[in-house]
Design a protein around this ligand. Structure first.
Ligand SMILES: Cc1ncc(COP(=O)(O)O)c(C=O)c1O
Length: 462
């Protein structure tokens, strides 16, 4: 039986909410478990998406009250919409510390933003793009599929830290041809945050640009593109407490001067019968069709909420919670953190914890956490197949077997991990609930009977 999601009894559980931190909608959501217990839902899948800030929802509601045509008509509501969007863009630019020479493009999400960037950069088959072994698929495949460049991976260790010597070696071996290093700002799997300023200095010395996939970094750490020397960056509003379907790409204006990758309405000022066009100004020509004004306003509100709260408070809360969670999870017998707990104490890592439970399929663990404990996590390869494969010790023959099974619809045949991910609305009580649940699972196994649902890579109560 799938538990019913009940409306929250309180907008924010006061036992969890630190009054200095932004209030998040729905932290008091409750669910009825299979055994009849009525429990608060523990939201530990924040790396996939975060719930919205209460202030973001309030500002969006206010904005929608006078919502009108953006760039497509006149009138007081249209004017007010343009002003709200421009104000939000200013807030987003401040949040990112965007360099003066950059412009913003809005897309649907980070994946779309990286694909746009890959198609806009003037790369040739002689060029080299470096990514790394810890990248999310969305910061790997766009470079392979949407550029003619040669794409090479910087190696990473088992805990997801970049091999800096290998980066140096690649820069030296391909000197003069490396145009870009595309690297994550914080890993969606290991939580590792590379030193962006150091990477920028190396890239620039080699004549390359630094692109940062900030999908996971943006909600957890102050970003200052200008100070760090980051040339281009992408992130997703749905991970920054503003789930209204927006992605952001900050990129050098020089790239924006090019013809658009996706021409159409809004990207042109004039079209003649022969098809010749006068493109719109660079800041507009790449955003074909009607913009997601609500998404931009929502993200602007979340950025302002974080900046008004102050990164010091958010980072201090999250860093303390990460240390607590690493130690607490590490102490559960039968649970194996695939990134050692000590890595969270010595490196800069956001609260993203991959783990397995001895003897249990990762998807079964996630199902039991949901149905028996009201805890939300994610399980699988989590768009980081190569690192998870390495952790699982799958050789080429094993990989071939897995691929063959998945190709015929058995998604449960794949290897995987469970991921618990924290955000600023999480507290020690959430970690305790997870630890209790995992302890129970490791000792007794699932208490319900489950049936596999291979098509959805999940298990459901039988
Ligand atoms: C590091 C990283 N990059 C890119 C993405 C893709 O983001 P989106 O799903 O918003 O396109 C994700 C999503 O989880 C991510 O964690």
């Amino acid at each position: 039986m799938t538990p019913l999601l009940k409306p929250p009894t309180l907008p924010c559980d006061p036992t969890l909410c630190d009054p200095t931190l932004p209030r998040v909608l729905g932290t008091g959501s409750r669910t009825v478990l299979a055994d009849g217990r009525d429990v608060r839902v523990v939201q530990l899948n924040n790396a996939a998406t975060t719930p919205p800030f209460e202030r973001t929802v309030a500002e969006v509601a206010d904005f929608l009250g006078s919502y009108g045509a953006l760039h497509r008509g006149a009138g007081p509501r249209a004017r007010s919409t343009v002003e709200a969007v421009e104000r939000a863009i200013g807030r987003i630019e401040r949040f990112l510390g965007q360099p003066g020479g950059n412009g913003l493009l809005f897309t649907a999400n980070t994946s779309a933003a990286i694909n746009v960037l890959a198609r806009l950069l003037p790369l040739t088959a002689d060029d080299v793009v470096l990514t790394s072994e810890i990248e999310h698929t969305s910061n790997n495949l766009p470079w392979r599929y949407n550029t003619p460049a040669r794409v090479l991976d910087v190696r990473a260790d088992d805990a997801g830290a970049l091999d800096e010597a290998h980066l140096e070696a690649l820069l030296a071996e391909h000197a003069g041809r490396v145009r870009l290093l595309a690297v994550t700002g914080a890993s969606n799997l290991t939580g590792h945050c590379p030193d962006l300023a150091g990477l920028a200095a190396r890239c620039h010395a080699a004549g390359a640009l630094l692109f940062v996939d900030a999908a996971q970094l943006a909600p957890h750490r102050r970003i200052d593109m200008a100070a760090a020397g980051v040339d281009a960056l992408a992130c997703s509003a749905h991970k920054i407490y503003a789930p209204f379907g927006l992605g952001v790409l900050s990129l050098p204006r020089a790239v924006l001067d090019r013809a658009p990758a996706d021409p159409g309405g809004g990207s042109i000022d004039m079209v003649s019968d022969t098809g010749a066009v006068v493109w719109s100004p660079p800041a507009e020509r790449h955003q074909t069709g009607t913009w997601n004004a609500t998404g931009i306003v929502a993200l602007g509100a979340s950025c302002a909420t974080i900046l008004d709260t102050g990164w010091e408070a958010i980072e201090a809360h999250e860093r303390a919670l990460v240390r607590h969670a690493a130690a607490a999870l590490d102490a559960v017998d039968g649970v194996r953190l695939t990134v050692p707990a000590t890595a969270y104490l010595v490196d800069d890592r956001i609260g993203t914890f991959p783990f397995t439970v001895d003897g249990l399929h990762h998807a079964l663990v996630a199902a039991a956490l949901e149905h028996e404990h009201g805890i939300e996590v994610r399980a699988g390869t989590i768009c980081n197949h190569r690192l998870v494969r390495r952790w699982a010790g799958i050789d080429d023959a094993g990989q071939a077997r897995v691929e063959a099974a998945i190709a015929v619809g058995d998604r449960l045949a794949g290897y995987g991990i469970v991921r618990a991910s924290l955000a600023c609305h999480c507290g020690a009580e959430d970690v305790e609930r997870l630890v209790e649940a995992l302890t129970d699972l490791a000792v007794h196994g699932p208490r319900l009977r489950y049936r596999p649902v291979p098509a959805h890579e999940t298990y459901e109560p039988a």
